[in-house]
Design a protein around this ligand. Structure first.
Ligand SMILES: [Zn+2]
Length: 150
């Protein structure tokens, strides 16, 4: 996990524990760095082309930066010109969806299924085979390299 993502030890972070978390924002505020808190708990969006996983294609697994939940495999990542890391398929059951009417348009917000942190949005303009594009914030993701994943 990224060292600078937490300002205090994060007892909730686990790549093996699947139990759902219900941690209040006041508690997350004591743990998460201000930049991660802004995206994960206040649904801020990082600037396009600024995130470290936008132009990045190593083999491995992407996890929720807040809680360690496995979200995406590198073989579901694709190059998108939108400026944020994009995936066409999530790990089954790893995320939640919420209707988002902010900024005067209707979008579908994507939340971590374990800790309900904001990850980004999903759009229906992705490539085959799914036709969806998970448009994620790099700051919401942790990457772990793995040679076993394509
Ligand atoms: Zn999470």
């Amino acid at each position: 996990m990224e060292k600078n993502k937490f300002i205090n030890p994060n007892p909730y972070y686990s790549k093996t524990d699947k139990q759902k978390l219900n941690v209040p924002d006041e508690e997350w505020k004591k743990i998460l760095s201000p930049s991660l808190y802004a995206v994960a708990r206040e649904a801020a969006t990082e600037s396009p082309f600024s995130g470290k996983y936008n132009d990045f294609d190593s083999l491995g697994m992407y996890f929720c930066a807040v809680c360690g939940n496995a979200l995406f495999r590198s073989d579901s990542k694709f190059f998108s010109s939108c400026g944020w890391p994009s995936f066409f398929r999530e790990e089954k059951g790893s995320v939640l969806y919420k209707r988002d009417l902010s900024h005067g348009r209707e979008r579908t917000e994507v939340l971590c299924g374990r800790c309900q942190s904001h990850l980004g949005h999903v759009f229906h303009d992705g490539p085959p085979p799914t036709g969806v594009r998970f448009c994620m914030n790099s700051v919401s993701l942790d990457f772990e390299p793995s040679a076993d994943l394509e």
